[in-house]
Design a protein around this ligand. Sequence first.
Ligand code: FES
Length: 185
Amino acid sequence: METPVPVRPGSPAAALAGIRLRVNGRECEVPTAPRTALLHVLRNDLELNGPKYGCGLGECGACTVLIDGVAARSCVIPVQAAIGREVTTLEGLGSRRCPGPTQQAFIDCQAAQCGYCLNGMVMTVEALLRRNPRPTEQELRNELHHNLCRCGTHVEIMQAALRAVPLRAGRSPLSEPPEAQEAQP
Ligand code: FES
């Protein structure tokens, strides 16, 4: 039997009714109001800080998670909408020691400047690759069109998205990551 994720003692949610969720493959019970934004429950109660608070309006994509494998903006989704569904955050794709293939692609391409948007970029690419393992570059661009990066790191982000396609399919990328290319004589 899976161990429920504990709620921090003394957190504001501790006095409220429990809502059962399944997050990153684990069952958990979170005492919170049903209309609390899923993002706040993930970050404040479950201490999953992959998803970020950006605009809070469903516009920027920084808070993206997967719900039943589909990209969703957790800042505008009430936690009650996630009951009975599988929620996956950035933490659920891999770990520092063992990143998932989509995460690895972004690491390989060093596709971050401030890094704040990166959760949304990775989760959006992951969602696309789950439903379409061989997207075209244009399909990747279309998918990422509504994810904002204020640093202007779009070139590296697209390199990472393209690299994630073969990595996630278990194939070798056709090219080395940009840094490795530069290092070659
Ligand atoms: Fe959710 Fe911007 S913080 S879309």
